[in-house]
Design a protein around this ligand. Structure first.
Ligand code: PNW
Length: 445
């Protein structure tokens, strides 16, 4: 591997953490094994809404192949692995009695990681809400904060002796907005969206308290998907729609959690759902800001849509990934600077990556040079942010493996490792070797 293809990382701290990320529903499979309860994503898949009618039933079969997957991480040389616990696997009904077999799976995974010298970063919620709780209103029910706190206490008691890095939620803005405000899933009113935002914030605060009280040496954060929302034209209406979406996408979770207040434009909307003392329950001390970033989003006004927005055209001169996401590393630098400036917390980039349609050639080589160029440019943008004073401490690529990409099913691939879904064989792509080379070079410099 020629080092000229490696990014300049000279401004990153010597103890900078290189990692990879995944999530439970996207890789585990075994959805009906060992007493796992159903999640809202099992139900959603059954409705046939996913491309090619894909489901999470087998996914990457990580539930049975986790040892092999930890072996891949070892070959990469990563220092950390971010994964999520499937809430319905450990609490099939969402609350009440725990499922020992489900807990034991995560014990095995964590022990395997520690034996390989890889630090586990445990995310408590990556969208697979127990179906049983959805039937009680899910995140629309203010009680969800207490359900989440109880589930967090179980995970803290069970894993807190070995796991110190905990994230409460993955991308609350995405699962509330996309779960409720777009197209075919447009099943909640704006008022319900506001109620849900508030109870998810309460859940974050409650979980942070539980972790702080029950895990010695806990390092706690929440993971936010922060993408600049830009108007797709010069029209005033599009500018207003982009500014409005920006508040929902980038403001309504980190602001109350880290600054103790909703963005001013949201206060009237959230007010009806607030009870005395709520802001103090939400704004609990945390240790870092988890940042997921892919690209800016381009927004246009659409009067008949909820919140008055839709996704608009991307600028004609912006290069796109194969799945059509803009490649704009400078927006990543600006995002890192904005997070530093606004929240002042150490930043861990917990997702960044490149979606494509990779296929192996006849010799089983997956030459994903586009992904390598993308990652190189984004890591250099992060290095530029660090050289300007941004306190960024880690970078995790989405994802270790090709996996279940939500509505797109298995059709789009974000992995450093190719997964053949027929045989479940894993094939490290060219980017895998490239990332391993980068980590190695960092360690030997
Ligand atoms: C994240 N957007 O979701 C999720 O955390 C992962 O589970 C997912 O696989 C990954 O990114 C790739 O999509 C996103 O519209 C969903 O900008 C939507 C967006 C970004 C990230």
């Amino acid at each position: 591997m020629s080092t000229t293809r490696l990014p300049n990382t000279t401004s990153l701290r010597p103890d900078f953490i290189w990692g990879v990320s995944t999530s439970s529903f996207q890789i585990e499979g075994a959805t009906r094994e060992d007493g796992r309860g159903l999640s809202i994503w099992d139900t959603y898949c059954q409705s046939g809404a996913i491309r090619n009618h894909d489901t999470g039933d087998i996914a990457c079969d990580h539930y049975h192949r986790y040892r092999e997957d930890v072996g891949l991480m070892k070959a990469l040389g990563v220092e950390a692995y971010r994964f999520s616990v499937a809430w319905p696997r450990v609490l099939p009904q969402g609350c009440g009695s725990a499922n020992e077999a489900g807990l034991a799976f995560y014990d095995r995974l964590i022990d395997e990681l520690l034996a390989a010298g890889i630090e586990p970063w445990l995310c408590l919620y990556h969208w697979d809400l127990p179906q049983a709780l959805e039937e009680r209103g899910g995140w629309l029910n203010r009680e969800s904060a207490a359900w989440f706190a109880d589930y967090t206490a179980l995970a803290a008691r069970r894993f807190g002796d070995r796991v110190k890095r905990f994230a409460t939620l993955n991308e609350p803005s995405i699962f509330t907005l996309f779960g409720r405000s777009l197209g075919k899933r447009d099943r909640a009113s704006e008022d319900e969206l506001h109620r849900m935002i508030h109870s998810v914030n309460l859940a974050h605060g409650a979980a942070a308290d539980v972790l702080r009280a029950s895990v010695a040496g806990a390092s706690i954060g929440c993971i936010h998907n922060r993408q600049p929302c830009r108007p797709s034209s010069a029209s005033e209406a599009d500018a207003a729609a982009a500014a409005r979406l920006d508040v929902y996408w980038n403001g309504v979770f980190p602001d109350p959690q880290c600054l103790g207040a909703y963005p001013p434009s949201m206060r009237t909307a959230i007010e009806p759902h607030m009870q005395p003392g709520d802001m103090a329950r939400i704004c609990r001390p945390i240790d870092w800001f988890g940042l997921n970033h892919y690209s800016p989003v381009y927004v246009k006004a659409r009067a008949d849509a909820m919140l008055g927005y839709d996704f608009g055209d991307k600028p004609a001169d912006v290069p796109l990934t194969p799945i059509g996401w803009p490649i704009e590393p400078d927006a990543f630098r600006l995002t890192l600077e904005a997070v530093q400036e606004r929240y002042g917390l150490p930043i861990y980039v917990l997702e960044n990556g490149y979606g494509s349609f990779d296929q192996p050639d006849q010799k089983d080589v997956v030459n994903d040079s586009g992904r390598i160029e993308f990652l190189k440019a984004y890591i250099e943008a992060m290095n530029a942010a660090a050289s300007g004073g941004v306190d960024v401490r880690g970078y995790f690529i989405w994802s270790l493996l090709d996996n279940f990409e939500w509505d797109s099913g298995y059709s789009t691939r974000f992995g450093l490792t190719y997964v053949d879904y027929a045989s479940l064989r894993r094939i490290p792509k060219a980017s895998f070797g490239w990332y391993a080379g980068l980590i190695k070079a960092r360690h030997s410099s």
